[in-house]
Write a protein that binds this ligand. Structure first.
Ligand code: PGA
Length: 245
């Protein structure tokens, strides 16, 4: 582990009610006293309903808040059930996850993702752009071409690379407890960094306190997008502590 800047992004998915915010107390306290605090960023992405109360709770803590998705249109419109990026910004989001595989599987295309990223950037949000291959694509050994297309179309006509972080999340790794072989992961992250120079690239998919030692030994990863384990403050803190041990 070198001394570089690392991201720890919590993706709460569709979990949590107001009471769940109590679990943050432990993380806030930990972060306040953590010696390496200057070298990492913690970002929580709760469901939209918790963005505002979470932002208020975390004020002054240096922990930031992000959203999980948005409509592609940045102005108001007749889209029942949707929220747009500027609405999310107005309640405290600083970041937004776009292109998560759970939404891709529900029909979100690369083109739509591109529009969403543009709208988020226009609204002043930083983007956590998710890419990743399915198990089928991995078996067919077409991971690189899948990622290449996701990157090419997803980031088409977008130059703003300081505001975008790429999260590589192999679909077969999300929620399964399985992570890629270290060698494969190093190569895939290198490939992404070659495709998009100067971008931060995170890894996501079953990151937990048990596999973090293996993951942290892969030295081209700029941080982690953490789903399941991020809902448990102890596990989330353990992941951070072990990364710096
Ligand atoms: P997981 O989810 O850590 O539960 O595998 C990661 C994600 O979907 O972002």
């Amino acid at each position: 582990m070198t001394n570089k800047y690392m991201y720890f992004i919590a993706n709460w998915k569709m979990f949590g009610v107001l009471n769940s915010l109590n679990t943050l107390n432990r993380v806030v306290k930990f972060f306040k006293n953590f010696k390496k605090r200057k070298s990492l960023k913690i970002i929580y992405c709760p469901p939209s309903t918790l963005i505002e109360p979470m932002s208020k709770k975390l004020r002054g803590s240096n922990i930031e808040v992000g959203a999980q998705n948005c409509h592609q249109q940045d102005v108001y419109g007749a889209f029942t059930g949707s929220v747009n990026s500027s609405m999310l910004k107005s309640v405290g989001a600083k970041y937004i996850i776009i292109g998560h595989s759970e939404n891709r599987q529900a029909g979100e295309t690369d083109k739509l993702i591109n529009l969403k990223i543009k709208s988020a950037l226009k609204s002043g949000l930083k983007v956590i752009f998710c890419i990743g291959e399915t198990l089928k694509a991995k078996r067919k050994k077409i991971t690189k071409s899948v990622l290449n297309k996701q990157i090419k179309v997803g980031l088409k006509n977008i130059k703003n690379n300081k505001k975008i972080i790429i999260a590589y999340e192999p679909v077969w790794s999300i929620g399964t407890g399985i992570i890629p072989k270290s060698d494969d992961l190093f190569k895939t992250i290198s490939f992404i960094k070659k495709e998009k120079k100067n971008y931060k690239v995170l890894y996501g998919g079953s990151v937990n306190p048990k596999n973090i030692n293996q993951l942290k030994s892969i030295n081209n990863i700029d941080g982690y997008l953490i789903g399941g384990a991020s809902q448990d403050p102890k596990k989330f803190i353990d992941i951070i502590k072990k990364t710096y041990n």
